[in-house]
Design a binder for this molecule. Structure first.
Ligand SMILES: Nc1ncnc2c1ncn2[C@@H]1O[C@H](COP(=O)(O)OP(=O)(O)OP(=O)(O)O)[C@@H](O)[C@H]1O
Length: 346
């Protein structure tokens, strides 16, 4: 009996790490030791009643295809909350999905934000999380979470550099002894490559394509350096001259030409962070190299482009799309040791 009580008592403890991303929201359930949610950060809302009709995958399917009375919204832009109410409802929907609708024991949550968000933006994330039905919420910067999730010992007395390229923001940090020593966050990341492709195809081929097509092009034939063997892809869109649907062929060199400037914006910011890094820590980075993570870093040969431009070894984390959420999960156990964690509770 005592044993039973013991077990059920501890099963009351529920804690999750959440990567509330511009593109995707992931949740890691600490007690189950696994990622239990991985859904696009999209919500479908009834235009009249403002009721949330669907969130995640189901809502993403509706993007660009909804009838007039339904709008599909991405409530985060460039890594921060753009629509507070919808973000809260989306989090509420996801938290219910993880814990069930009748959840008496409210969970504890570690949630991530980009490095340079303002105090107001951080507060908005904390409040939206609490309002979504949690007992206590902590905030950790994405870069520190990404480093933890990529297996870096961030409490070590040595410098590590992490470059986390998400959908809406890129966070670059040099971390030592658990704290961030030098950092930058910019709002150029994976989704900018999609926008670049849309603009390029419009200008060069007079073809209007949607966000999803642009993302598919980037993932399928995108590369940060010219490919040895050029790749091609058929793409469909609307011809701007005739107004009719049309298919064209695009090649990997054109995609590189389209995204090149945005890739170099990120590379140059990494160089600026390196220039500001104290010499002792810079020496560590020369030995250990830079770790890249986040979906935006998965473009082929991006690590090579970074390495060519910084003259440093650069590696891609094992699970680039999951590092942040895994790190948030690890950070739940380190809430007392990690410096500068903001928290809010009911
Ligand atoms: N195989 C791939 N190749 C290139 N880009 C990819 C690939 N897979 C995903 N992406 C891109 O990665 C981005 C999403 O990455 P991620 O899920 O790490 O970001 P996020 O956490 O949602 O965003 P943020 O951290 O900025 O809020 C999107 O732009 C997506 O198109």
């Amino acid at each position: 009996m005592a044993k039973l009580f013991h077990k059920s008592f501890f099963s009351m403890n529920k804690s999750i790490g959440i990567d509330l991303g511009t593109a995707n929201t992931l949740a890691y359930y600490k007690q189950k030791e696994k990622i239990v949610l991985n859904e696009p950060s999209v919500v479908a809302v009834d235009r009249v009643t403002k009721k949330v009709l669907a969130a995640g995958k189901e809502a993403k399917e509706m993007l660009g295809k909804t009838p007039d009375n339904i709008i599909a919204i991405r409530p985060l832009k460039e890594g921060v909350i753009a629509d507070y109410d919808v973000t809260e409802q989306m989090l509420n929907h996801f938290i219910k999905k993880v814990f069930g609708k009748f959840n008496i024991f409210l969970p504890e949550v570690m949630i991530c934000v980009p490095i340079e968000v303002t105090g107001v933006e951080k507060r908005a994330v904390l409040e939206a999380t609490l309002a979504a039905g949690v007992k206590r919420a902590y905030i950790i910067e994405e870069a520190r979470a990404a480093a933890l999730g990529a297996g870096i010992d961030i409490s070590a007395p040595e410098g590590s550099m992490i470059v986390d390229i998400g959908g809406g923001s890129t966070d670059i940090a040099v971390i030592s002894l658990g704290g961030t020593v030098v950092s930058r966050s910019i709002r150029t990341a994976g989704n900018n490559f999609d926008e670049d492709i849309i603009k390029y195809v419009k200008k060069k081929h007079n073809l209007l394509i949607g966000d999803r097509t642009a993302e598919q092009i980037k993932i399928k034939i995108g590369a940060a350096l010219p490919l040895e063997q050029e790749e091609v892809m058929d793409i469909k869109g609307r011809d701007l001259l005739t107004g009719l649907p049309k298919t064209i062929v695009i090649n990997s060199n054109e995609v590189l030409e389209a995204i090149e400037d945005s890739l170099m914006v990120i590379v140059n910011i990494v160089k600026q962070v390196l220039e500001k890094t104290p010499p002792e820590l810079a020496a560590d980075i020369v030995d250990k190299g830079i770790v890249m993570t986040g979906g935006g870093s998965m473009i082929r040969h991006f690590t090579k482009l970074m390495s060519n431009n910084t003259q440093l070894p650069v590696t891609l984390a094992d699970n680039p799309l999951e590092s942040v959420v895994l790190g948030a999960g690890i950070a739940l156990d380190m809430a007392d040791v990690l410096r500068r964690l903001e928290k809010a509770e009911r």
